[in-house]
Each structure stands twice: as C-alpha cells, then as structure tokens.
Ligand binder design. Structure first.
Ligand SMILES: [Zn+2]
Length: 381
C-alpha cells in the first residue's frame, strides 16, 4: 500500500450520513425520556438516520438503562458504539463508583449518567479508561445548547474507528524467542511503573458481570482484561516490542504472552500484525494502543520508546477530544501533537481525561526525564 493510500485510510473521517443510530430500551422516568428525545433530535439534526431497530449496520446504539435494572445491549457487530443513558435517582457520593458499573453492565462504550441537581439533570460522562467529566451547559437556560453539547461529546467517540484486531504469524526469529535486551528493558519499565504507583487497580469486571457477559466484554473492547498503561520499545526500522493487553505490568517476561513484537498494520483490513514464537499457541493480544505507537514510530525514526500512563504532567499540550483507546482517531490526534512538539523524539503529550503518551530514545531516558514529575490524578473536563 502506498503512503498516500495509507494516509487516506488513516485520516478520512466518517460521514454522519453513513452512521445511523437506534434507540434500544424504553425510558422509565420522565427525565430519561427527556434525555433520549433530546439526544434523538440532536442526532437527526446532525444528519444521522435513525434505524427502527439496531442491526449489524447501526453505528450508534443509545441504550436506555433503567437504574434499578440495567440491561445490556448485545451488539450484532462489534463496531457498533453503545452509549448507555442512565438517570440516577440522586447524587452519589463518588460518581465513578456509582456510574462505572452501569457502563460495564450495559456492555457500553460510554455512559451518560444524569444526576439530578435541583430542577436540572446534569449529564456526566464515564469512559472505560475511568474518565469522568460533566456537561457544562445549563439545561434550564439553554436546552438546545445542552443537547448540542451532549452530541458534541458523544459523536466524535461514536464515529471513531477501533483497530483492535490482531493477526499472529509464527515467524519471530529464533534468537528473539526468549526476548532480548529491549524486552528486559520493558520488563524493568513495568516494575518501575508499579513502584511509582502508576498502575491503578482496574475495576473488578469479573465481579460485576456474568461469565458470558465478561467474555463478551473482553471481545468487545479488544482487551484481555482491564489494565491501564502500556510500554513499547523499537526493535528495528519497522518493528517494535509492546506490552500485551490486560497483563500484570510489573511482571512482563514471556514473549508472545506478556510482550509482543508488532511488525505492521494492515490498513485495508484494519489489523495489527504480530510476530510470535511458533511455540506460543494462544498468544495474547497486544495493547489496544498499538496503532498509536505504530503511527509514531513510523513517522519519527528518532523515537526509540513510548510510555503510556494514566497520570498527568502540568504545562503540556493535550488532545481535545477523549477518543477511546485503540481508535485511529486517538492515534492520529496524539501523533499530530507529537509531530508539533519542539522535539518529537522527547515529547510528553496529554490525552484528555485519560493520561500521557511520552516518547524518548529509550525507556531509561524517559524515566529519567519524567522522574518525580508525573501526577497520579488526571484532570477531567
Ligand atoms: Zn490508556
């Protein structure tokens, strides 16, 4: 594939007319009904056709979730983006703890958790990466603007495209089967992240879901379990090592299981291609951010390593839309800021409501540069 064709795949946006939506479930309260009607009008006003019922072709499903009895919407096709809409009976003490289970139980990609404040229903958004932020428009003063804001916070995420499919070839060179100095550096980096307290505990998904739904969620989100952050390091001009999805980052040792060799991206099929030792029969998936790292390595030969943590640093440039992990759109918004950095080979880029992507010549240089400067709390807006 020529560079120009590849760029077309990577950079062309999704047209709203092609992205239809459907509402699933029935609102059980006047507040939920008002939210769903408002969202529906905003979607139609922006050119999205409404499907009478969700099919495999439906791009966005608004899943109306009953607070007392959340029901999952089961996708017919994995590219369907599911927004869970829940009206909370009252304001919870800790929003993420109250709302995150709805995001997961409804098998959704994003949760709109509406909390009553006086006569208002204030919309809060909860992402899989544990991002939480609230809408700022006052619905009593500007109802149209309120739904416009909700649309603007949902649409870019809903129209983004996941690159989570992996294809494994048993063609890794024998001398790399047991790893090399670079995989050992990745191992050490994982331990360092643990000691810096930069590996937040994931939500206990198993406890929230039935066995069947848990497997569904794993497939859906393209993850081997929720864990946050990832590490990669260049192997040669084309290839890089990267941490697997959902592994214990403090103990990454085995090639094909904890650390994978990314050898390319097939843009036509939107598949990440990996090389594994032939002895590994069931390799683990690579971290969902492989597409982002691939774009950065491809563009900047001086980048030798990339670290992604759910932490923050003051005075950095940040992406403006919090696209989901593993999407082309997140990858290209981060890649753009790396490109615009004074030193792309030593960049620190914020991912809004999410975390940091840090580039460097190698992992030890990255840790030296950011040592003591990463805040565990990510600002949310
Ligand atoms: Zn992340």
């Amino acid at each position: 594939m020529r560079a120009a064709e590849l760029d077309a795949v990577l950079y062309e946006p999704v047209a709203p007319a092609k992205a239809s939506f459907a509402v699933w479930g029935t609102p059980t309260s006047p507040g939920a009904e008002w939210l769903v009607d408002g969202l529906r009008s905003a979607m139609i006003a922006h050119g999205h056709p409404e499907d009478s019922e969700a099919t495999g072709e439906t791009a966005v499903v608004i899943n109306v979730v009953d607070h007392a009895n959340p029901k999952p919407f089961r996708r017919k096709a994995s590219p369907t983006f599911v927004l869970a809409v829940v009206e909370a009976p009252d304001a919870p003490e800790r929003l993420i703890h109250a709302a995150y289970p709805y995001l997961v139980r409804a098998l959704s990609n994003l949760c709109l958790y509406a909390v009553p404040e006086g006569d208002r229903l204030i919309a809060h958004f909860i992402t899989l990466e544990q991002g939480v932020y609230r809408a700022t428009t006052d619905p009593l003063l500007d109802e149209r603007g309120y739904f416009e804001e909700l649309y603007s916070r949902v649409a870019p995420l809903a129209l983004s495209r996941l690159v989570i499919d992996n294809e494994f070839d048993p063609d890794l060179e024998p001398e790399l089967w047991d790893g090399d100095d670079t995989t050992r550096a990745i191992h050490d980096a994982g331990q360092r992240l643990g000691s810096l307290n930069l590996l937040p505990a994931p939500f206990p998904l198993q406890d929230m879901l039935s066995e069947k739904d848990f497997r569904h969620v794993m497939r859906l989100y393209g993850i081997g379990g929720l864990s946050y952050g990832n590490v990669s390091a260049r192997h040669d001009a084309e290839r890089f090592w990267m941490s697997a999805s959902g592994v214990d980052k403090t103990d990454m040792r085995v090639v094909g299981e904890h650390i994978l060799m990314v050898k390319g991206f097939d843009a036509d099929r939107r598949v990440i291609r990996l090389s594994v030792p032939p002895s590994v029969k069931k390799p683990r998936r690579v971290s969902v951010d492989a597409i982002e790292h691939w774009m950065i390595y491809r563009e900047h030969p001086e980048v030798g390593a990339i670290l992604h943590v759910h932490g923050w640093m003051p005075d950095i440039r940040s992406t403006e839309i919090n696209y989901p992990c593993g999407t082309i759109e997140l990858a290209r918004s981060v890649a753009q800021l790396v490109r615009e950095s004074p030193e792309p080979g030593k960049a620190v880029i914020g991912q809004k409501n999410h975390g940091l992507t840090i580039t460097g010549p190698n992992l030890s240089e990255i840790f030296e540069r950011v040592d003591g400067r990463i805040l565990n709390q990510v600002p949310m807006s």
